[in-house]
Design a binder for this molecule. Structure first.
Ligand code: PLP
Length: 405
């Protein structure tokens, strides 16, 4: 019998966050090992549960949530999102410009599928949240990675963006605050990106899912608030700001230069209709989440658990010889660099597999985020202080052994 092959559409698609090393970790757990997981940005299992009022709201509305909603989402939820965009100074957003999805993930794939023809290119940051690269490839497009510069605090390199634009470039992805680096972009950089997009007629895809997970009193500027003559698609949701990944509630907002984008928007409408609607119980949580008391602020305050864990993990990691790390201004990740002179890693996936086997700590390798060199790791700082101290101690021990090999 002929082997059953996967579609060639998947040939260039890669999502290492849930890749082969995770499968190995699961197997080790089945064998009875306790693995400390610093690999996935899923707050709830680490005691960062969804705010109680959101949970109660979902429970309360469950009896009314068994039917399909409108394809683009519940009116009340979209109205709340519309107010949210107003609060962020994004101009001219109407209810119809808002699409609710099963998390931002579904909408990223939808936004790429609706846009790209074979050979079209999208500029994606390196490092990136790898779903962006995967979604461009799956949609028949070609991701072209522009560099974010570690020396400048991981800011996008505007010259590199310019250099990578071709006649086939359709859009620029901006992840701000950034996963995996934790960078937060200042207004000048955002304006620089807009200028490039304006000049070349590109769409800006702004992934702002961590816009409330900000430390040290930093504030977030939505790139779509800075112009109305460029097309923006801005993504956000409940997964991170409201620790509700499992409710699968995300949205995208089309704004700016909409009048030339009618055909693209029709494509988005078509894809939204084809999947009928997003998870309705999750949609019910949106209005409650966006209004009133924002408990994330307590977690990111200097005395808040998330901020304290960022500080602890950053201090412990940067105490390790040959390890340097930008201190994140937002999100829930550290992206440390291992000095290649001390740690001449050839294959970083193999490296984190060995770390897993020897020390029972699970990370994701930097190349899994489309970083071109095997010299970075991503560390999630959601586990509690004891687990962070224990696991980073084990990483230090492993690196010590690696250096002496
Ligand atoms: N965008 C970024 C930058 C992320 O880090 C994640 C999840 O980690 C997502 C999107 C996916 O979010 P959702 O749970 O809404 O699908």
């Amino acid at each position: 019998m002929q082997p059953i092959l996967k579609s060639s559409k998947l040939n260039n698609v890669c999502y290492d966050i849930r890749g082969p090393v995770l499968a190995h970790a699961r197997q080790m757990e089945d064998e009875g090992h306790r693995i400390i997981k610093l690999n996935i940005g899923n707050p709830a299992p680490f005691g960062f549960g969804a705010p109680e009022e959101i949970v109660q709201d979902v429970i309360h509305n469950l009896p009314d949530a068994s039917g399909y909603s409108e394809s683009k989402g519940l009116f009340a939820a979209r109205k709340a999102i519309m107010h949210y965009t107003q609060g962020k100074n994004i101009p001219g957003v109407q209810i119809d410009d808002i699409f609710i999805g099963n998390g931002v993930s579904e909408l990223i794939v939808m936004a790429m599928n609706a846009l790209l023809n074979n050979g079209d290119q999208v500029l994606v940051p390196a490092p990136d949240y790898p779903l962006w690269t995967a979604a461009v490839s799956l949609s028949g497009g070609t991701p072209r990675h522009y560099l974010c510069d570690e020396q400048s605090g991981w800011l996008p390199d505007l010259k590199d963006i310019e250099n990578k634009i071709t006649a086939n470039t359709r859009g620029i992805v901006v992840i701000n605050p950034n996963n995996p680096t934790g960078a937060l972009y200042p207004r000048e950089i955002l304006e620089g990106i807009i200028e490039i997009a304006r000049h070349h007629g590109l769409i800006i895809f702004a992934d702002e899912i961590y816009d409330k997970v900000l430390y040290d009193g930093n504030e977030h500027t939505s790139i779509a608030s800075l112009a109305d003559d460029v097309l923006f698609v801005t993504f956000n949701g409940l997964s991170k700001n409201y620790r509700s990944c499992g409710y699968r509630a995300g949205w995208m907002v089309v704004s700016g230069q909409k009048k030339h984008a009618g055909d693209y928007i029709e494509g988005l409408n078509m894809l939204a209709s084809m999947r009928l609607c997003a998870n309705v119980p999750g949609q019910f949580a949106i209005q409650t989440a966006l209004g009133g008391y924002q408990s994330i602020n307590d977690l990111v305050a200097p005395t808040g658990r998330l901020c304290r864990q960022r500080d602890l993990a950053w201090e412990l990691l940067t105490d390790i010889p040959g390890v340097t790390c930008y201190k994140p201004k937002g999100a829930m990740y550290l992206f440390p660099r291992l000095d290649p002179a001390m740690y001449p890693i050839q294959d970083d996936q193999q490296f984190i597999l060995e770390l897993l086997i020897e020390e029972k700590v699970l990370l994701v390798q930097g190349t899994g985020f489309n970083w071109p060199h095997p010299d970075h790791l991503r560390v999630v700082f959601l586990p509690n202080a004891d687990d962070l101290t224990e696991s980073i101690g084990r990483i230090a021990r492993f690196l010590d052994g690696y250096r002496k090999k």
